[in-house]
Design a protein around this ligand. Structure first.
Ligand code: ASP
Length: 349
């Protein structure tokens, strides 16, 4: 009976298609750009990639692409995946260095190779072979935050190699004042932000899903991953089936938040399968989040230590987002201005 419901909604989509783009809350501009391109007749994957390129190229966005917070060695490593519904193809890159727009490289992996995923140095060399020049992606803002993080670390005796102390004169400036010498332009707000992200390593990503008037769908997820990660750490964003999944017959899903927990439940694929079997996008996302909570035996104290958000767009245009914890929005564009809508939540803080 559920399968019948899913089939009839797919049939409805064929008779009553509409263009729609959804994304994580940071994607208001991305959704607008993607919709503009859909209206101009662009392919759904080209549209969502052009949308997320805005954030990937923005040095002020510290969670995606250029300007992303680096790994523990101060090197920006990016992850991205793409799925193209009509051709049922996928591509992804993980831990790629030196290229601002990993979503474009993921698409090139999809189109130009017989592989689906390239990682690390191999992904970087592939980008070079496709005509990309590698650049330093660490902005001054991200370097400042990374140095503050270094200063915040302590060994068991409370020592830190990144703060001059033992041989420093009694009159030496405090670490924060030393930083001001290194970054004379940094105001108090920027330093306060750097301290905040040093102590609470942030995540941050964009997932963007699109449906066009022909009922075609695609999706992309792109990120700089977890700040201060161990070099080589790969999150959920480039994992097909975790950070992104699109099935042209059913719909698409993606995620942001703590990737490790999403990988353990193959979230995006789980959500698409839930929709295939008749759940609404909201039910499908909440069910996936229940699996995450189940992995911690619903231990609230442990679950409070992270967050995870899912986004789902069904082929009939129905969409939703749900997060582990309340208080999240997501971006939607169905042809006019992009807007933020409130995401459902599994748990209340
Ligand atoms: N999911 C990303 C990761 O784990 C980060 C994020 O979305 O904030 O790499």
């Amino acid at each position: 009976m559920l399968a019948t419901a899913a089939l009839s909604s797919a049939a409805a989509a064929q008779s009553n298609p509409r263009s729609i783009v959804i994304s994580s809350a940071n994607g208001v501009r991305a959704c607008a750009r993607a919709m503009e391109l859909l209206k101009a007749g662009a392919d759904t994957l080209d549209a969502v990639i052009a949308g997320v390129n805005i954030l990937e190229e923005d040095p002020e966005d510290t969670s995606v692409g250029f300007g992303g917070l680096p790994n523990e060695e101060g090197v920006v490593e990016l992850d991205a995946s793409v799925m193209h519904g009509p051709s049922r193809r996928a591509g992804s890159v993980a831990s790629i260095r030196g290229v601002k727009t990993p979503s474009k490289i993921a698409k090139l992996v999809m189109e130009q190779t017989d592989h689906i995923m390239l990682v690390g140095e191999g992904a970087g060399r592939f980008a070079e072979s496709m005509g990309y020049r590698r650049e330093i992606l660490l902005t001054e803002k991200a370097r400042l935050a990374w140095l503050v993080w270094k200063q915040s670390l302590r060994d068991a005796s409370g020592h830190n190699n990144w703060v001059g102390s033992l041989d420093a004169p009694a009159t030496a400036a405090k670490p924060s004042a030393q930083l001001k010498r290194l970054f004379p332009q940094a105001g108090d707000d920027l330093l306060a932000w750097a301290w905040q992200v040093a102590v609470h390593p942030p995540t941050g990503t964009i997932n963007c899903l699109a449906l066009n008037a022909h009922g075609e769908m695609s999706g992309v997820t792109t990120t700089s991953g977890l700040a201060w990660k161990i070099p080589g750490r790969v999150g959920d964003s480039p994992i097909i089936g975790a950070g992104l999944y699109v099935d042209q017959d059913v719909g698409g899903a993606g995620s942001t938040g703590r990737g490790e927990e999403n990988i353990r439940i193959a979230g995006a694929h789980t959500i698409v399968e839930n929709m295939r079997h008749g759940m609404t996008p909201k039910e499908a996302c909440l069910d996936a989040l229940k699996r995450v909570a189940r992995n911690f035996s619903d231990d609230r104290a442990k679950l409070l230590q992270f967050d995870l958000s899912f986004y789902a767009l069904r082929r009939d245009g129905e969409y939703a987002s749900a997060s582990l914890w309340n208080g999240h929005n997501f971006a939607v564009n169905d042809g006019g201005e992009s807007r933020l809508e409130t995401a459902a939540a599994l748990l209340e803080r």
